[in-house]
Ligand binder design. Sequence first.
Ligand code: AMP
Length: 433
Amino acid sequence: MTEPAAVEPDRARPRVDAFRAPKGTRDLLPPVSARHRRLVARFAELAGQAGYGEVVVPMFEELGVFSRLGEATDVVTKEMYDFVDKGGRRMALRPEQTASVVRAFVEHRPSTPWKAWYAGPNFRYERPQKGRHRQFDQVGIEVLGVDDPHADVEVVALAWRFLVAMGLRRVTLKLNSLGDAGDRARYSELLRAHFEAVAGELSPAARETLERNPLRVLDSKRPEDAAAIAAAPSILDSISAAAAAHLDEVRAGLDALAIPYALEPRLVRGLDYYRRTTFEFAGDALDGAQDALGGGGRYDGLVEALGGPATPGIGFALGVERILLAVEAEDAAADPVPAVAAFVVDTTGGREATVLCDALREAGIGADRAWDGRSLKAQMKAAGQSGATVAVIVGERELADGTAIVRDLRASEQAAVPRGDVIDHVRKLVSPT
Ligand code: AMP
């Protein structure tokens, strides 16, 4: 009888190609995940202080919710993650959240003014590059039911204060007015006439955009289009007296808050619903192609388009990844907060570390430990790497006499304390008064 051949592990288990996160998506691991969380926490705090409540909307909606945003935008026409569900409904992953928040407003009819903030991922089928992903996060707010220009100031100021609170200093606020619906339509025709007269100089892409929406030609970043855009008429010459007075009040409000801005008459947003105030934040430490930190403005008619009563709205959305890129580019990151304050070193087998970690955590003190019965030296090394400021050490001697050594890792000083006093002792070291 022949011996069975040794089974080669590779043959026994067929090799599987390792999976990777889908193109345009990323896993967030520490410490990047902590930066995201801190950013959202800061935003929640500032929005909450200003009287905004959090709204959490679904990650997908009926396709119609987003297609109402208009057919003139790439977000809707080219980049939507739409699909037919098992019930045969046409759905889409949300490419942004304003439409969903407005859909929720129409569905639940809260009393106005309705001040909402949100945070979470959006999905767009874009060509991925630095600062441009297929799944990306935004934080934003919407105010529904207010026409007052001082609401515009509050909204712009909230975004500005947030960016400053994130440590950013090199941010440009660009401000413009799109006038009222009639003004926009008139201006759009003026622009069409202007661009048609110089159509021969425009890029093919801009010529195509011109057919759909002349306003969007102003967004072109192609060098061939720059001269025609620079020579285009200014919308500020086309806006009504009422819209001009609104803009003046917004400007006066920003001046009163000492928030600097640049009036930018070429800043237009292509959607039909936008009117009056429109604004954008550029991160000046970032490359031109990815310097947009976010923006927003007034919209009119979106509530109606989604089946609600005529209601004015204003809001903004800021890109989380972009802000974090800008923070990095400005070297403005806050000091990392250590995950744990105390690290328990147990050379008696591990049960003491289980009990002490639990007691420290119950007392509100972040605690961690090593595993697998490692040596004292290896555990002390892990304590140092954890960022903890205190090590609590239990060896056979401490186990026998009911004590623990509490070691201040910064000062390299230590004391043996009775087990019952460990928490108090650690607390004094991690939160000195
Ligand atoms: P928008 O909703 O298109 O006005 O975008 C608002 C902000 O979200 C932009 O200024 C960017 O900061 C961010 N953003 C938009 N699309 C992406 C994307 N594909 N990847 C990362 N950030 C994005």
